[in-house]
Design a protein around this ligand. Structure first.
Ligand code: MN
Length: 339
């Protein structure tokens, strides 16, 4: 009877984990491994915070959609983006960087939220983010609806002072109250100006194409916001990255926070969102616009990605795009890791 033993040629290493071991040693699967569809789903397959020595950049989920007045679902955003993260590779050829070489990335888990109370949730988000900032971690937060950005800005402001803001969105999010509440996903940047968390005249909103009332336009104008509309982006053609970067140049030297509502992207490329909008940038234009903030890398103190809603998604396209955008964010940040 022929032997069933599989002969392994000399020099062949079982698996691709290399000299550190093969199948017998119970390794966790990292983003560098071609089998990253296996194992625990984390943001970009980052190890959990407790397992990272000297974490420098932390992904943190905020599974809250209690600030949405119409369409919930983004509370599942962090879970969806973690699931889709297995498709992201380790090397960013456009920026010629491997995020894991320049950062100690960690998945910090999710912040505790209350589905019943936006004010309790806000307090929890602010304290949770503060605990990461106190450890010197640069946060990349994943919502959740856009209402979560206000407590994030409060925590960022407490550490860094009044911030410059780069805001990707189809909407300006400067409405006032809804249903008697000053806090919801459409009022964040009005509140952020009122609370002096951001400089109005150092706020750039990109991708804007839908206004709910004329008062929004009056608010952004009177507070000095700069708007780069969806039409403006289309007119830049394939040169979006350079042309948006030129517009952002004036923010250099200020602490910059970047907030990315994935409904910035055209509904055809990102259907899994709470408020899908047509007439927007496609996925290529959307990632090129994000890469423009590379020009501000040294000044960026944090990112968020909000409004991914897996229950509205088609073929996980939006969750996967969200994971790709996280990868770009981690690639854009200046090196934080000690060499
Ligand atoms: Mn929006």
């Amino acid at each position: 009877m022929a032997s069933t033993k599989i002969e392994i040629p000399a020099g062949y290493v079982t698996g691709i984990l290399g000299a550190s071991g093969g199948y017998d040693e119970g390794h966790l699967i990292s983003t560098e491994d071609s089998r990253r569809f296996c194992g625990v789903a984390t943001f970009l397959k980052a190890p959990l915070l407790k397992d990272v020595v000297e974490p420098t950049v932390g992904f943190v989920g905020i599974p809250f959609d209690g600030g949405s007045s119409r369409t919930g679902g983004s509370q599942f955003g962090p879970r969806g983006v973690r699931e889709a993260s297995f498709r992201v590779s380790g090397y960013n050829s456009e920026l010629d960087v491997r995020p894991y070489d320049i950062h100690n990335l960690a998945d910090c888990g999710d912040l505790l939220v209350s589905p019943f109370s936006i004010t309790d949730t806000y307090r929890s988000i602010e304290l949770g983010l503060k605990s990461l900032l106190d450890r010197g971690i640069v946060p990349i937060s994943i919502g959740g609806d856009h209402s979560v950005t206000l407590p994030l800005l409060r925590a960022m402001h407490a550490k860094h002072g009044q911030l410059a803001l780069v805001h990707f969105d189809a909407h300006c999010d400067v409405s006032d109250t809804q249903f008697g509440s000053p806090y919801h996903y459409g009022s964040v940047f009005r509140r952020a100006v009122e609370e002096k968390l951001i400089h109005g005249d150092k706020t750039v909103q990109i991708g804007i194409r839908k206004h709910y009332h004329r008062g929004e336009i009056e608010f952004v104008r009177s507070n000095g916001f700069e708007i780069i509309t969806s039409r403006n982006l289309k007119e830049m053609g394939a040169d979006i990255r350079n042309q948006v970067a030129a517009r952002l140049e004036r923010l250099k030297g200020h602490k910059v926070y970047v907030t990315y509502d994935i409904d910035f992207v055209d509904a055809a490329s990102a259907p899994g969102v709470g408020s899908p909008e047509h007439f927007g940038p496609n996925s290529f234009e959307a990632v090129e616009a994000l890469r423009a903030v590379h020009a501000l890398a040294a000044d960026i103190v944090g990112f968020d990605l909000v409004e991914v809603s897996p229950i509205h998604d088609v073929a996980n396209l939006t969750a996967y795009l969200g994971a790709q955008l996280l990868f770009e964010m981690a690639s854009i940040l200046s090196p934080t890791r000690k060499r």
